[in-house]
Write a protein that binds this ligand. Structure first.
Ligand code: GLA
Length: 708
């Protein structure tokens, strides 16, 4: 009996190895030194109505060993379920990995499980099954991770959503039977990253025990929490397979997507920080490191499909005039694409709208000092397209069943090499024909029929090939807004479009949901028109811009259509976003809730140089605001706090700054004061954001510009 522990961040995984059995779970929770731990068997008394051979939870529980809980895998041979029982087990460890190889020679199954410390913050966990038998093996399910939840686990937090209403947070008590989040749309969907948070009863943003897990997967997933009759809860997470889709020939293997697991003992913020660190470690930036995130102008809501050459040129000039750094030409540029009924699949510029191709426009954009970006939706085809007419069999279909369109389009079968080759050649040609530095890669429908895991892997393969051929090109993942925002896409992309709802009030909760698993520099957040196209609600430009400034900032309107005052203000907000992005991106994020309906977030690469957004979306009920507690500053030194300004307000103007905040000098508070007594706040009206700069001693008091 040997104990194997992997410590990462604030947590530890401890396994007990045993002869010819999968290692037993001893701990998955807060960081502990296992010391000279007694074997699990010594602590387990016999229980009535139990098998004579004890079967405690292992990393790979299977029914053939007398396990009645959720199995790590389910497989069939010749139609019959295999009970599975491990006859061989090897455990290989390094300082930061544990690799377990299990075999059932009778069943002809080998299972490899991998646990690796990721970015020092959490663990990457995955598994591969191999058919060592002589007939095909049908794999029905294989967990990426199957874990015991820590004893204090009590609540489960997840997100659901739809197009235009992404990332709705759901908090529930842990189940008495089973809780499940299963997705079946072929993409990760508008509920956001396939992941879950599990907290103790008292956990808040900065206190309490939190476990966070997300799958690196962009297809169907199953995350389930089941109560065991030994009294604890088990978490099962993995890709959801269609029956028969993973049928392995002798010698063939199937690997799960990886799961990223984090344990935080300082509330949700600590587990979120670990998830951000692990995701950041997976990013592949052109040139190796993240460059300052360029401010976008995206043409979609400014002109939709109306790509009149003069209008697009004017939009680009208007963008450059206000300080935009990347001009993204959205849907509508390619052959036959006059509305959403035709053209997908034919990735050549429309000969009427762009008679000389995209080069003249891309060069004009470059001459204006901006990078040129382009929208594509490679995995799709309209029945009304040259591609479909030439290759109707390239669309996902099941013979004999109708092909169901959505937005008038079908999905290409990404499992086919010829389809991927065609798409690579088409996109490669587009990228070679004009100076294009950026692709917005969309996916505007759910999958019927499903293409399964191989469809997802086909897309990953195409993305990887394109990235290798054009390493300088950044890519944005979009699926009707935030339908494919997940860590599976992270190695290939550099931004996610959070939602087609750009209404800033709606965005507040969505963007906080996004941050649960993905860091702010990947979060596309734009200033849209007022009224917002998706909701019809109107908000001041300052409020829209302040909410957008927490993420990767952009503009999605025609600046020339703005009132003079708003036009000037937008230019100033772009300047502000550019000057604060080194704090907003790439660093720590703390989220919190204040009294009377306030929410706040602090972001910065150094704890001594933070921006604090205090957001009031709805009107206050109290006469005066209570101070805002910033628990993450407990025990920290003094902070010089400066109110940069208040964005928004009923009249759409920046309200006057009151009281202590009116002077140019910052107010000094101890960290403990801010944590326990709180930051005095100015009164805020609905749809305003108070933006503060918190500087530690010694940080030069460089004033950040604030739009007037
Ligand atoms: C999706 C995207 C939008 C836009 C349109 C274009 O809905 O989310 O941003 O690109 O497609 O058709």
């Amino acid at each position: 009996m040997t104990m194997r522990a992997l410590h990462a961040g604030q947590g530890s995984l401890v396994l007990e190895t045993a002869d010819r059995r999968a290692p037993l779970w001893r701990h998955c929770g807060a960081r502990v030194d296992p010391g000279a731990l007694v074997p699990l068997a010594a602590t387990r008394t016999a229980a009535s109505f139990s098998l004579d051979r004890d079967c405690p939870l292992s990393t790979a529980p299977v029914p053939g060993e007398g396990w009645f809980g959720p199995p790590v895998m389910a497989a069939r041979r010749e139609g019959l379920a295999l009970p599975l029982a491990w006859t061989g087990a090897q455990v290989h460890t390094t300082d930061d990995t544990i690799r377990i190889v299990l075999s059932d020679t009778q069943a002809g199954v080998e299972l490899e499980q991998r646990f690796a410390i990721e970015a020092g913050a959490g663990w990457r966990i995955g598994a591969t099954v191999t058919n060592t038998g002589t007939t095909p093996l049908s794999l029905d399910a294989l967990a990426s991770a199957l874990l015991p939840l820590p004893a204090q686990a009590a609540r489960v937090i997840s997100w659901r959503g739809r197009h235009n209403a992404e990332l709705v947070e759901c908090e529930e008590a842990l189940p008495q039977q089973i809780w499940q989040r299963e997705t079946r749309r072929g993409i990760s969907g508008h509920g956001g990253a396939p992941g879950v948070y599990v907290t103790d009863t008292a956990a808040g943003w900065d206190t309490g025990h939190t476990l966070a897990l997300q799958l690196c997967w962009s297809g169907d997933t199953r995350i389930a929490i089941e109560r065991d009759d030994e009294g604890y809860h088990l978490l099962w997470a993995g890709a959801k397979l269609q029956p028969g889709e993973a049928t392995l020939a002798p010698g063939e293997s199937w690997a799960t997507p990886d799961a990223l697991l984090a344990i935080g003992t300082h509330g949700r913020n600590s587990a979120m920080a670990a998830q951000h660190a692990m995701v950041r470690a997976m990013l592949r930036w052109p040139g190796g490191t993240m460059a300052p995130r360029k401010v976008h102008l995206n043409s979609w809501e400014a002109c939709y499909f109306d790509h009149d050459a003069a209008r697009i040129a004017a939009l680009a000039r208007a963008a450059a005039d206000i300080g935009v750094e990347r001009f993204v030409l959205d849907d509508g540029w390619f052959a036959g694409r006059h509305d959403d009924s035709a053209g997908l699949g034919d990735w050549t510029p429309d000969p009427v709208k762009y008679p000389h191709g995209l080069q003249p426009l891309a060069e004009a954009v470059g001459a204006l000092g901006m990078e040129f970006g382009l929208w594509v939706e490679p995995e799709m085809v309209n029945p009304d397209s040259a591609l479909y007419r030439a290759h109707p069999d390239w669309a996902l279909h099941v013979d004999g069943y109708p092909m169901l369109t959505a937005r008038g389009q079908l999905v290409l079968d990404m499992r086919r090499e010829d389809v991927r080759d065609y798409l690579f050649a088409a996109l490669d040609a587009v990228l070679r024909a004009a100076p294009i530095g950026y692709l917005k890669w969309d996916h505007n429908r759910d999958l019927v029929p499903a293409g399964g895991a191989a469809q997802v892997r086909g897309t990953y393969a195409l993305l990887a090939r394109l990235r290798a051929a054009h390493p300088a090109v950044e890519i944005e993942s979009c699926a009707g807004g935030g339908g494919r925002s997940d860590a599976g896409m992270v190695p290939y992309v550099h931004r996610f479009w959070t939602s087609d709802t750009i209404d800033a009030v709606s965005r507040v909760a969505m963007q906080r949901g996004f941050l649960a698993f993905l860091p702010p520099e990947l979060m596309g957040s734009h200033v849209g028109a007022s009224p917002a196209h998706a909701t019809g609600r109107s908000q001041s430009l300052a409020f829209r811009a302040a909410v957008a400034s927490t993420g990767h900032f952009g503009v999605e309107l025609d600046p020339a259509a703005l009132a003079v005052e708003d036009h000037a203000a937008l230019a100033q907000w772009i300047g502000f976003a550019r000057s604060v992005r080194d704090r907003a991106h790439g660093g720590a994020v703390w989220l919190g809730e204040g009294p009377d309906g306030l929410v706040w977030q602090a972001q910065g690469r150094s704890e001594h140089d933070l921006l604090l957004w205090v957001i009031r979306a709805t009107p206050p009920q109290d006469r005066r605001p209570r101070p805002l507690l910033l628990p993450f500053l407990a025990g920290e030194g003094a902070r010089d706090v400066r109110l940069l300004g208040i964005a928004g307000g009923l009249a759409g103007r920046v309200p006057p700054v009151p009281g202590v905040w009116a002077g140019a000098e910052p107010a000094r508070f101890t960290g403990d004061w801010l944590a326990h007594a709180g930051l005095p706040l100015p009164p805020l009206r609905a749809e305003t954001v108070a933006l503060f700069h918190l500087a530690g001693p010694g940080v030069p008091a460089r004033l950040l510009p604030f739009p007037s």
